[in-house]
Design a protein. Sequence first.
Length: 413
Amino acid sequence: MADTLAEIYRNTLTSSDFDANGEATIVTTNSSTSHVIKNIQAEDTDANVKVNGTLKVNDFDVVALTGSSSGSEIIAPSSTVKVKTSALPLTYLDYEFSTRTGGTNYKSHTIATANGTTAISEIYDATNSVVDIQATNDRDIYAPFLGSNNYHLIIVQDTNSVTNLYLYDSSGNAITSKTASYEPKWFDGKQYAYFHNGSGAHGIHKVDCYTGNTTVLINNSMSNGGTYPKMFGYKDEYLWFWARYDADTPQVYSFADNNLTSWTNGTANSSVSGENKNWYAVKRSGDRYRLVFLQADNDIRFYDWAKGTVLTSSVTPTTISLSSNTEQLKDFAINVAVIGSRLYYVNGANNIAFIDFEADTPTKGVIGTNDFSGGYGSDIQQVERTPSNSTISGRSGYPNPSLKLRVTGVTST
């Protein structure tokens, strides 16, 4: 039996080397060959999307491949060595913003992501066709082509009593409508719309925008719907709401716990500001949230919130002043979009702008270069979509993460 000090493996692993389970086989030994690994050098080639692999010997984790390491690991005869990662194959997700330019047309601005990282910040299309939906109001939550049935959602709201929801099929027929006054509504940006019924047996209802079915999520006790009802949320995590601003203690529903708790210590008008404004929730790292309301075109305010937080009138919201046409909202009464810690909106220059709330001091920016003015107001709503394989292959700009890997040691044959 001969021992040789040499490279056991040296190559660059790309996405095509990994199977659907995120595994790439790099070394196999026959019945008479063994190795002793002494040193490993590993280098991710993409700073934004890293492979972050793990070396596995016969399906046992040995070492994380995030840099250089040394030691001894025996690879016996008839063994298999793999690199395992959860980063590959890449997970592709699009966020589409839409604004209606006419009864049967809308503009779209798509942010294409890979593994949660923005790969293409603007894919613009001004020629989209859709069934005729005439409904409009101060604030329109508009989401076309939802699910395999290609249903079209619109929620039209004023600042007070009008809170109408319609779900249309591809022929323009309203298959679902919820038009009771003072029933606050919210769409999660993917599949479900929610509302709190304003009279009778109170509760949160869920509308499946892929099927048109409505179910009761949870029952609760509140006053009948009245002045300035509100609902806003963060997908699959929380719904914040109140049925009447001067009669109810605002509640928050936890999807994880399936329960309701109060998030203020009194009625909305006695505990928080902005009770007659449009509210949104953005998520920061560490399961922290900022509850944002749009005070004016040049004035956005927010409260910091985490699970268990109870706001009181002594807590003053933080104000963000927007000082230029590129920073200011085109109209603070229209709908804006949320992705993660960012709030997106149409600015005074008719481009897509954002405020990122991740840092203690929010940052601002513009990602759109095309005109995004609409025919019914410049409302935008994020819609989460999974692009097809053909769509992905037809785009340029996606990351191509890879792992440079060198394994050295002793080989015995």
